[in-house]
Write a protein that binds this ligand. Sequence first.
Ligand SMILES: *Cc1c(COP(=O)(O)O)cnc(C)c1O
Length: 392
Amino acid sequence: MSVSHEPAGVPALNLKAQYQSIRDEIETVVLNLLESQMFVLGPEVAGLEAEVAAYCGAGHGVGCASGSDALLLPLMAMDVGPGDEVITTPYTFFATAGAIWRTGARPVFVDIEPDTFNIDPHLIEAAITGRTRAIIPVHLYGQAADMDPIRELAASRGIAVVEDAAQAIGAAYRGVRAGTLGDAAAFSFYPSKNLGGFGDGGMMTTDDPALARRLARLRVHGMEPRYHHHEVGFNSRLDALQAAVLRVKLRHLDAWTALRREVADRYRSLFASHGLEEVVAVPHERPGNYHVYNQFVIRVPAVLRDGLREMLATRKIGTDVYYPIPLHLQTCFESLGHRPGDFPHAEAAARETIALPMYPELTEVEQRHVVGSIRQFLAGYASSSMTTDRAA
Ligand SMILES: *Cc1c(COP(=O)(O)O)cnc(C)c1O
């Protein structure tokens, strides 16, 4: 491989490049907002709610302070609480299980599919009890979970489905966008998400008008109208500043998603052209899924993973591990009584995955540098002696 202009480094995420490309549009709406001095909820938030709902094809959008709250509020609105159980995956960001715990309910984990990293629908039925109130599938890295069997099972047992779509705005499953694949969905506008604000923010979508109204009430201390409190909620309002910025960015989202998908295709062909498929498993995009690549996550044999990351770091190539400790093994969930080995696919993923640099503006030169560096690192190892969980 000949690289004429080797980049000085490749960050895992490059928010400055995105900002540069829309700076004028952003400055206009931010300055308008400063003139209005209306900082919390208000018309910008209502506008974003309508636009995100329309984008997903959902009846209603309700803004809130974070993706974490966007998971907690629907559970509260469904009256999930102590004595209840909620099924989810152990291989996700902490907030998914944290929201369940905060209601007083018990998180019940179900292992993942080794190829998509999403909850394995075939293992869910065995985890259902008389106390199961909801299932939270996570569309991890931007690829929808296998929703049809999950919804069928949930419907037959009278269990709610709340999508954790924090990483998956714009993703589709059999032609239907995330946000309309369950009873309610949670989105995050954390800056690293595909639609990222200038701070924290979140959104819930649902087709159920009564649920939407209750969510909108719960995010303002259960208040409706002013100073009349029907139930105890909390403060989870969305800032107008975030909404104004996000409305600008939403207009670019499909173009950015298309670029993310091109970046993913380029990674795939680069790994293939280097003959690395034996050692490096690239993401599997399941037929029927439209993956939006919030992350491009490869798997390598566990013995090589950390060494490879260190070597890439010396070349200023940014990588991350989402997530190094599966949730059933977190200290705060010790009382659930789990042990290593309980969810072998999640545990293997935690040892073998690396998220490579991924953002719409990533260039082919940068990608060649990333893949070329990985090839150099792996050149010294015999692939035959190394396996990942991919074929399990
Ligand atoms: C980011 C994320 C969340 C939480 O969103 P915040 O806005 O950071 O609170 C929840 N679940 C998943 C899968 C996420 O990636």
